[in-house]
Write a new protein. Sequence first.
Length: 251
Amino acid sequence: MSLFCLVHGAFQGTWCWELLTPYLEAQGHTTLAMDLPIENASTTLSQFADAVIQVLPKTDDDIVLVGHSMAGTIIPLVAETVKVRQLVFVAALLPYPGISILDQFAHQLDSKTLQSLNYQAKDSSKLEQFYDEPGMYEPDSVGKDYSDAAVLRQFFYHDCPPDVAQWAIAKSRLQLSLAYMFETNPLKAIPTVERKYIVGTNDRIISPAWSRYAARKRLGVDAIELASGHCPHLSCPELLASVLLQGTGDR
């Protein structure tokens, strides 16, 4: 049986997996989650990875590491240190060694926006490989205030049942660390383990077109498509569980 280590994205916490874990545990698997220190503005990507590593058992050799959204920049760093069987990226950002997430799509932003972000452009020869990629973010989502409940409902939880959306908004945490966006990723290479990428076809934040492209180009896999928004672990947890269980002998 597998250990599913579930790593949350921005504005969320351990609580966000509560609807998903019963479906995994019903098949005899173990689940594990942690609160990342997102409310500390100085937290780095390596410190996020350390927060995951600290809770992982040292003896388990069947670890499935699942990262949602922001956590796509974290779980490969964990897999550089801990032996995992599989990396699963759920509606996730994908890191590139020696490059920040902002570097990857800075060419799609206007000069005023870049100036407001205090963005220092890198050597264009390092970034030109990204110029022909689809836009990483859905345009309407850029620059929104995600501490606002109405914004969270529109972009994160629009396809969730109303009671789930209200619960999730009430549980939302402050996202003060922006390392996942601004920090140059210290990754040497994405570890050569089994990989999955799960895309929500109705994601209003990370572009489904970019997700499909990046899954193929960066991970060498075809994205698995779910008819969901940005948070399938909350809007369709049973369906997400069925995808996560593929390859474990369970459905």
